[in-house]
Design a binder for this molecule. Structure first.
Ligand code: ZN
Length: 203
């Protein structure tokens, strides 16, 4: 197993298996004795307040945090390099998470962060304080894995099924106005993966 310190990003669209992949990677480290700390923003309480649960119900205990500083506060200092820091739904935290992840990797730790690259408008997701975007996190990462979903647009009596690299948001069954709030945590009733052909772009 590669134990070089680094910041690994698991990014992509909704419904692409990011949380599943994050949990899978963290478990591999746990099996060989790493101390794994998994965090997730408080805002994301779709399934559980204290666990990360993927859409396919894979789950792992986590610590809910309000901001990036809460991650630093909850980790007791250690000289052990066998500590892995996992963050799910990283895009919902504040901009400080960028320097925090970078600092941990510089200290010799392995940081795995999963999150949405772009919002429903197809723009880089902006952190909660509006100062930085996911593009800034990409800039300090050592490895980036991009995950896409499959387009669910109806095509005759089946779904399109092409690679979906975007997510369309619907409000009351209609495509969401461009000025609707960026953060609106929901499930399949509000968002759907779309391929380039079926995603309705905003001007
Ligand atoms: Zn499609």
């Amino acid at each position: 197993m590669d134990t070089e310190p680094r910041l690994e990003l698991i990014i992509g669209t909704m419904f692409s298996g990011k949380s599943t992949e994050l949990i899978r990677r963290l478990r591999r480290y746990e099996v060989v004795g790493y101390e794994v700390h998994l965090f997730k923003p408080q805002i994301d309480d779709r399934y559980s307040a204290t666990r990360v649960v993927s859409h396919d119900q894979l789950q792992k205990e986590s610590i809910a945090v309000q901001c990036a500083q809460d991650i630093a506060s909850s980790l007791k200092p250690t000289t052990s390099l066998r500590r892995i820091i996992g963050i799910d739904e990283v895009q919902f935290l504040d901009s400080e998470v960028v320097s925090l992840c970078n600092a941990y990797a510089n200290e010799g730790k392995i940081v795995l962060a999963a999150g949405l690259l772009k919002d429903f408008r197809d723009k880089f997701f902006t952190f909660s304080d509006g100062k930085k975007t996911m593009a800034d996190l990409l800039a300090v990462a050592d490895s980036i894995n991009y995950f896409s979903a499959l387009c669910t647009q109806a095509d005759g009596n089946r779904s399109c099924g092409k690679q979906a690299t975007r997510v369309q948001r619907f409000v009351d069954g209609e495509i969401a106005p461009v000025d609707s709030p960026v953060v609106l945590v929901g499930g399949k009733e509000a968002y759907a993966p779309r391929c380039r052909k079926h995603y309705v772009f905003y001007a």
